[in-house]
Design a protein around this ligand. Structure first.
Ligand code: NAD
Length: 348
């Protein structure tokens, strides 16, 4: 059974639990009629790569933040654990009772949980649908009951469109995912629209390109920038599937967080936004940039291409610029510099 616990470090040190009492007092204060009430945000998947950065930003903005994630997940970021406005709620996204507890008293929910990855999702579509789509429908039912004001969901700009017929890809492009992960993301988008229509639940979907940056695991099985950068810094040979001409849209994680924050305040007609840099880099260009930024040689080994990699995927981000008032700020090279500096300070 999931438990709402104070920050681990406070508990481990036998520290004060007053911050939890303050959180509870705020949640229970039904007479909070201030014109700018403090926002109470729930981050599902908050111990992951993007969630950790989002929580730091929400805390910086003065929000109360509850992080929901599985127990025993090694946190990528520790900075918020001692923050008085931070609360950790451990549980599994597939447990209705645990998600219900996490939602209590929250205004905005950022849904960042994914139980699957694009390339492995086809191995077990039933698991994908049950743990992502069905669990999200349960979340939406609970959100309606609890009076949640808004839900922000991260979808996938790299998989929902399938093989693009137009680049950069606008949100109006046909959707034709080639993997279960993309189908599940799209199904969740549709249920969000349905719950908005039926019950007025406000929502925003961010169709995210390829995020990279500080905190990302370099030993992971996805995230070309992180994997390549990690290998170059360790002096290992980089394996490239195909001839390195596959082009993707990479965005620094700080710009993703800005889009998430802008989404929570947005309330227009549009609900679905592409979030990327709007620019493409081939894998070869990524490696050239890594060499430039780190001053190290990237030893490259080219392997046979993978059939499922579409040649080019770059997102059209005009809608987000117009409706969210958001734009990417960090250039690819600057993002790489920040990430490389972080990796040198935080070796895995
Ligand atoms: N990283 C990318 O390349 C990328 C690209 C496009 C979209 N996205 C989406 O953005 C979101 C966040 O991505 P990320 O890179 O931060 O992922 P991540 O894997 O670092 O974080 C996801 C978090 O969800 C948690 N989680 C997974 N299953 C859970 C469960 N059953 N119960 C509770 N928690 C569970 C994990 O423990 C993890 O902390 C995901 O929805 C992902 O699909 C990511």
């Amino acid at each position: 059974m999931g438990q709402v616990t104070p920050a681990l470090s406070a508990a481990a040190q036998g520290g004060s639990f007053n911050h939890i009492k303050r959180w509870r007092a705020t949640l229970n204060n039904s007479e909070n009629t201030s014109p700018n009430p403090v926002k109470r945000s729930l981050v599902l998947g908050g111990r992951g790569f993007i969630g950790t950065h989002l929580i730091d930003a929400l805390l910086d903005q003065g929000h109360f933040v509850r992080c929901f994630d599985r127990p025993n997940v090694a946190p990528l970021g520790e900075s918020h654990f001692n923050h008085p406005n931070f609360e950790l709620c451990e549980g599994d996204f597939t447990s209705e009772a645990e998600v219900a507890k996490a939602l209590e008293g929250c205004d905005v929910c950022y849904h960042l949980v994914s139980t699957t990855l694009p390339k492995s999702s086809n191995a077990d579509p039933v698991f994908d649908v049950e743990s992502n789509v069905v669990a999200t429908i349960r979340l939406l039912n609970l959100a309606v009951k609890s009076g949640l004001r808004k839900i922000v969901f991260i979808s996938s700009g790299g998989t929902v469109y399938g093989d693009p017929t137009q680049v950069p890809i606008p949100e109006t492009h046909a959707t034709d995912p080639a993997c279960s992960y993309g189908i599940a993301k799209l199904a969740i988008e549709k249920y969000l629209a349905l719950f908005h229509r039926l019950y007025g639940l406000d929502y925003t979907v961010l169709r995210l390109a390829n995020p990279f940056g500080e905190g990302q695991r370099t030993y992971a099985s996805q995230g070309a920038v992180a994997v390549f950068l990690g290998k170059v810094l360790r002096g290992e040979t980089v394996e490239i599937w195909g001839d390195g001409t596959v082009v993707r849209d990479y965005i620094h994680v700080s710009d993703v967080v800005k889009a998430l924050l802008a989404s929570s305040a947005q309330s227009g007609e549009e609900h679905v936004f592409n979030i990327g840099s709007g620019r493409g880099h081939s894998l070869n260009e990524v490696l050239d940039a890594i060499e430039r930024v780190t001053g190290r040689n990237a030893s490259r080994e080219y392997l046979s291409g993978r059939g499922f990699d579409v040649p080019v995927s770059v997102l059209d981000i005009e809608r987000a610029k117009q409706s969210l008032g958001w734009a990417p700020f960090v250039s690819f090279d600057e993002g790489l510099e920040r990430f490389a500096a972080w990796l040198l300070d935080n070796p895995e």
